[in-house]
Design a protein around this ligand. Structure first.
Ligand code: NAD
Length: 265
């Protein structure tokens, strides 16, 4: 990663922070492209003393103009972008059907927002960063998918549909960019299993730290019998970014303690 210029949307979030730290520790310059300035500044302050080169450019993955300006600003500062990680994403309660609800309770506005954030929030930064990457004939794009893209998680309808779309978009872009611009730009995704983060903590753990019944079901279906740690995503991302991984494009790599391989028997 030494000397690589990395942009990460959602870089101030739970997974984004761990990935940013891990890549900066390996010598990358990391730009956090996030709308949350406070969290970004905290991360930069925490890591500055370790000599990590993490920078912040405020942006919104749903605003094409702002995203293009942010990418231009980074190119102005660093001359190029080697890696884009599309890490901004999330869920909303109205896009999930709770146990006492049915399809008739789905909130279409929230369903749309979840799909916008996860899918368009991947498409817009990809489009913006593709310009300098096409010019350089080189680049690496990594999307963040989910276990729910493979088989939808019960009740999590909006999020699952949007992450399935992210997998599909990953493959589309991998092929599209090669066909038009040659093999230098690669597009892959990682599909993390279950990690405890701000967005899902209440679903997985009770206030006393014990598991909810959903959390227990997940652990029972994860052969390693534990949740993952955000730092455990870093090595796969480094592998996908490596110039020596030059024949790898269009794949979605599960990082899940065996969850997607387990039949439940
Ligand atoms: P998080 O909420 O901690 O972080 C998300 C970040 O995205 C935040 O910093 C937020 O400010 C930023 N963001 C949100 N909307 C934005 C916008 N419009 N423009 C710019 N930035 C925006 O979430 P997380 O748990 O770190 O998840 C990161 C990604 O990983 C998401 O795509 C999520 O779906 C995926 N994921 C998480 C898990 C998990 O277990 N935590 C598992 C699989 C996949």
């Amino acid at each position: 990663m030494k000397g690589k210029i990395v942009c990460i949307t959602g870089g101030s979030g739970t997974l984004g922070s761990a990935i940013s730290k891990g890549l900066a520790e390996s010598g990358a310059t990391v730009y956090l492209l996030d709308r949350n300035k406070n969290a970004a500044e905290n991360l930069i302050a925490q890591t500055k003393q370790d000599g990590l080169d993490i920078r912040f450019v405020q942006s919104d993955v749903l605003n094409e103009d702002l995203m293009e300006k942010a990418i231009d600003e980074i190119i102005g500062q660093s001359g190029r972008i080697d890696v884009l990680i599309n890490g901004a994403g999330g869920n909303m309660s109205g896009a999930t059907i709770m146990p006492d609800q049915s399809i008739f309770d789905l909130d279409i506005d929230q369903f749309r927002k979840v799909n916008d954030l996860n899918l368009l929030g991947t498409v817009i930064p990809t489009k913006a960063v593709a310009k300098p990457m096409v010019k350089a004939k080189k680049g690496c794009i990594i999307n963040i998918s989910s276990m729910s893209a493979l088989i939808p998680l019960t009740r999590v309808v909006g999020y699952s549909a949007s992450k399935a779309a992210v997998d599909n978009f990953t493959k589309s872009m991998a092929v599209e960019l090669i066909k038009k611009y040659g093999e230098g730009i690669r597009v892959n995704a990682i599909a993390p299993g279950f990690l405890v983060a701000n967005q899902n903590r209440a679903l997985l753990m009770n206030e006393d730290g014990s598991l909810t019944s959903r959390g227990q079901t997940i652990i029972d279906n994860t052969p390693m019998g534990r949740f993952g740690k955000p730092e455990e995503l870093v090595s796969t991302i480094k592998w996908l970014c490596d110039d020596k991984s030059s024949f790898i494009t269009g794949i979605v790599v599960p990082i899940d303690g065996g969850f997607s391989a387990f039949s439940g028997v």
